[in-house]
Design a protein around this ligand. Sequence first.
Ligand code: MG
Length: 203
Amino acid sequence: MKIICIGRNYAEHAKELSNAVPSEPVFFMKPDTALLRDGEPFYHPDFSTDIHHEIEVVVKINRVGKHIAEEFAHKYYDEIGIGIDFTARDIQNKCKEKGLPWEKAKAFDGSAPIGKFISKNELLTLENLPFELKINGQSKQVGNTKDMIFSIDKIIAYVSQFVTLKVGDLIYTGTPEGVSAIKIGDKLQGFLNNQLMLEFEVK
Ligand code: MG
Protein backbone atom coordinates (compact mmCIF):
# COMPACT_ATOMS: atom_id res chain seq x y z
CA MET A 1 0.00 0.00 0.00
CA LYS A 2 1.00 3.60 -0.35
CA ILE A 3 0.21 6.81 1.47
CA ILE A 4 -0.68 9.83 -0.59
CA CYS A 5 -0.73 13.20 1.16
CA ILE A 6 -2.28 16.41 -0.06
CA GLY A 7 -0.48 19.64 0.79
CA ARG A 8 -1.96 23.13 1.16
CA ASN A 9 -5.60 22.02 1.04
CA TYR A 10 -6.79 24.56 3.63
CA ALA A 11 -6.27 28.23 2.83
CA GLU A 12 -5.54 29.31 6.43
CA HIS A 13 -2.79 26.68 6.77
CA ALA A 14 -1.20 27.65 3.43
CA LYS A 15 -1.17 31.22 4.77
CA GLU A 16 0.45 30.36 8.10
CA LEU A 17 3.39 28.77 6.23
CA SER A 18 3.52 31.66 3.71
CA ASN A 19 2.56 29.34 0.84
CA ALA A 20 0.36 30.40 -2.06
CA VAL A 21 -3.10 28.80 -2.24
CA PRO A 22 -2.70 26.24 -5.06
CA SER A 23 -4.79 26.20 -8.23
CA GLU A 24 -4.51 22.39 -8.45
CA PRO A 25 -3.87 19.81 -5.70
CA VAL A 26 -0.31 19.41 -4.40
CA PHE A 27 0.52 15.81 -3.47
CA PHE A 28 3.44 13.76 -2.19
CA MET A 29 3.84 10.23 -0.84
CA LYS A 30 5.03 8.38 2.23
CA PRO A 31 6.11 4.71 2.24
CA ASP A 32 4.27 2.03 4.26
CA THR A 33 7.08 2.19 6.86
CA ALA A 34 5.72 5.64 7.84
CA LEU A 35 2.51 4.11 9.26
CA LEU A 36 2.05 4.13 13.02
CA ARG A 37 -0.96 2.04 14.03
CA ASP A 38 -3.00 1.05 17.06
CA GLY A 39 -1.87 3.83 19.35
CA GLU A 40 1.80 2.80 19.22
CA PRO A 41 4.09 5.54 20.59
CA PHE A 42 5.90 7.88 18.22
CA TYR A 43 9.62 7.96 18.96
CA HIS A 44 10.86 11.49 18.37
CA PRO A 45 13.76 11.24 15.90
CA ASP A 46 17.11 12.93 16.59
CA PHE A 47 17.45 14.48 13.13
CA SER A 48 14.87 17.20 13.77
CA THR A 49 14.12 19.67 16.56
CA ASP A 50 10.91 20.87 14.94
CA ILE A 51 8.52 18.00 14.20
CA HIS A 52 5.11 19.50 13.51
CA HIS A 53 1.74 17.83 13.94
CA GLU A 54 -0.68 18.07 11.01
CA ILE A 55 -4.06 16.51 11.81
CA GLU A 56 -5.79 15.28 8.64
CA VAL A 57 -8.91 13.44 7.53
CA VAL A 58 -7.85 10.18 5.87
CA VAL A 59 -9.65 8.25 3.13
CA LYS A 60 -9.08 4.50 2.62
CA ILE A 61 -9.25 3.35 -1.00
CA ASN A 62 -11.26 0.14 -1.56
CA ARG A 63 -11.00 -0.44 -5.34
CA VAL A 64 -8.28 -0.27 -7.94
CA GLY A 65 -8.65 2.80 -10.12
CA LYS A 66 -6.89 4.91 -12.71
CA HIS A 67 -8.24 8.06 -14.39
CA ILE A 68 -11.21 8.08 -12.03
CA ALA A 69 -13.85 10.66 -12.95
CA GLU A 70 -14.82 12.98 -10.10
CA GLU A 71 -18.48 11.91 -10.37
CA PHE A 72 -17.51 8.26 -9.73
CA ALA A 73 -14.80 8.91 -7.13
CA HIS A 74 -17.18 8.18 -4.21
CA LYS A 75 -17.28 4.52 -5.33
CA TYR A 76 -13.59 4.13 -4.53
CA TYR A 77 -13.82 4.54 -0.74
CA ASP A 78 -16.11 3.39 2.07
CA GLU A 79 -14.17 4.41 5.15
CA ILE A 80 -12.94 7.65 6.62
CA GLY A 81 -10.47 8.09 9.46
CA ILE A 82 -8.09 10.51 11.06
CA GLY A 83 -4.31 10.61 10.93
CA ILE A 84 -1.33 12.86 11.45
CA ASP A 85 1.13 13.92 8.78
CA PHE A 86 4.21 14.50 10.93
CA THR A 87 6.56 16.93 9.26
CA ALA A 88 10.15 17.81 10.16
CA ARG A 89 9.58 21.50 9.48
CA ASP A 90 13.24 22.47 9.93
CA ILE A 91 14.31 19.92 7.30
CA GLN A 92 11.39 20.76 5.01
CA ASN A 93 12.31 24.46 5.06
CA LYS A 94 15.88 23.60 4.01
CA CYS A 95 14.57 21.34 1.20
CA LYS A 96 12.24 24.10 0.02
CA GLU A 97 15.03 26.70 0.00
CA LYS A 98 17.11 24.46 -2.23
CA GLY A 99 14.18 23.35 -4.39
CA LEU A 100 14.75 19.73 -3.31
CA PRO A 101 12.15 16.97 -2.69
CA TRP A 102 10.53 16.75 0.77
CA GLU A 103 10.92 13.01 1.53
CA LYS A 104 13.43 13.47 4.35
CA ALA A 105 11.01 15.85 6.06
CA LYS A 106 7.82 13.89 5.40
CA ALA A 107 8.44 10.17 4.79
CA PHE A 108 10.41 9.10 7.86
CA ASP A 109 9.43 6.10 10.00
CA GLY A 110 6.34 6.72 12.11
CA SER A 111 5.47 9.94 10.31
CA ALA A 112 1.95 8.75 9.48
CA PRO A 113 0.01 7.80 12.65
CA ILE A 114 -3.40 6.43 11.71
CA GLY A 115 -6.44 5.88 13.89
CA LYS A 116 -9.67 3.92 13.59
CA PHE A 117 -11.87 4.19 10.52
CA ILE A 118 -15.61 4.57 10.32
CA SER A 119 -17.94 3.76 7.48
CA LYS A 120 -18.84 6.86 5.50
CA ASN A 121 -22.46 5.63 5.68
CA GLU A 122 -22.41 6.42 9.40
CA LEU A 123 -21.75 10.07 8.59
CA LEU A 124 -24.47 12.41 7.39
CA THR A 125 -22.09 14.22 5.07
CA LEU A 126 -18.40 14.26 4.22
CA GLU A 127 -18.54 17.92 3.30
CA ASN A 128 -19.16 19.36 6.75
CA LEU A 129 -17.17 17.09 9.00
CA PRO A 130 -15.43 18.57 12.05
CA PHE A 131 -12.08 17.21 13.22
CA GLU A 132 -9.68 18.17 15.96
CA LEU A 133 -6.29 17.48 17.49
CA LYS A 134 -5.80 17.77 21.24
CA ILE A 135 -2.39 17.63 22.89
CA ASN A 136 -2.31 16.90 26.62
CA GLY A 137 -6.04 17.61 26.66
CA GLN A 138 -5.75 21.05 25.02
CA SER A 139 -7.18 21.82 21.62
CA LYS A 140 -4.39 22.50 19.09
CA GLN A 141 -6.01 22.23 15.66
CA VAL A 142 -9.68 22.46 14.76
CA GLY A 143 -10.78 21.86 11.20
CA ASN A 144 -13.81 21.15 9.08
CA THR A 145 -13.86 19.44 5.69
CA LYS A 146 -16.07 22.28 4.39
CA ASP A 147 -12.90 24.39 4.30
CA MET A 148 -11.02 22.03 1.97
CA ILE A 149 -9.88 23.74 -1.21
CA PHE A 150 -10.16 20.41 -3.09
CA SER A 151 -12.85 17.92 -2.01
CA ILE A 152 -12.11 14.22 -1.44
CA ASP A 153 -13.65 13.37 -4.82
CA LYS A 154 -11.64 16.05 -6.63
CA ILE A 155 -8.44 14.77 -4.98
CA ILE A 156 -9.13 11.18 -6.09
CA ALA A 157 -9.86 12.31 -9.66
CA TYR A 158 -6.72 14.42 -9.77
CA VAL A 159 -4.25 11.98 -8.19
CA SER A 160 -5.52 8.99 -10.19
CA GLN A 161 -4.55 10.71 -13.44
CA PHE A 162 -0.92 10.18 -12.40
CA VAL A 163 -0.90 7.27 -9.95
CA THR A 164 -3.05 4.11 -9.94
CA LEU A 165 -4.94 3.83 -6.69
CA LYS A 166 -5.02 0.38 -5.09
CA VAL A 167 -7.02 -1.31 -2.34
CA GLY A 168 -5.75 -0.18 1.06
CA ASP A 169 -4.04 2.98 -0.13
CA LEU A 170 -4.55 5.91 2.22
CA ILE A 171 -5.04 9.52 1.24
CA TYR A 172 -4.26 12.17 3.87
CA THR A 173 -6.33 15.12 2.74
CA GLY A 174 -4.47 18.11 4.20
CA THR A 175 -4.31 19.99 7.47
CA PRO A 176 -6.01 23.13 8.78
CA GLU A 177 -4.11 25.93 10.53
CA GLY A 178 -2.54 25.61 13.97
CA VAL A 179 0.47 23.38 13.26
CA SER A 180 3.24 23.48 15.87
CA ALA A 181 6.10 21.41 17.28
CA ILE A 182 5.54 18.32 19.42
CA LYS A 183 7.76 17.31 22.32
CA ILE A 184 8.60 14.11 24.16
CA GLY A 185 5.88 13.27 26.67
CA ASP A 186 3.04 14.81 24.66
CA LYS A 187 -0.20 12.84 24.45
CA LEU A 188 -1.99 13.34 21.14
CA GLN A 189 -5.68 12.66 20.51
CA GLY A 190 -7.43 12.91 17.15
CA PHE A 191 -11.19 13.40 16.85
CA LEU A 192 -13.42 12.99 13.82
CA ASN A 193 -17.01 14.17 14.10
CA ASN A 194 -16.37 14.57 17.85
CA GLN A 195 -15.41 10.90 18.24
CA LEU A 196 -12.01 9.91 19.59
CA MET A 197 -10.34 7.99 16.73
CA LEU A 198 -6.60 8.19 17.46
CA GLU A 199 -4.55 8.33 20.64
CA PHE A 200 -0.81 7.93 21.24
CA GLU A 201 2.19 9.34 23.04
CA VAL A 202 5.45 10.92 21.91
CA LYS A 203 8.48 9.16 23.43
MG1 MG B 1 -0.05 17.58 5.61
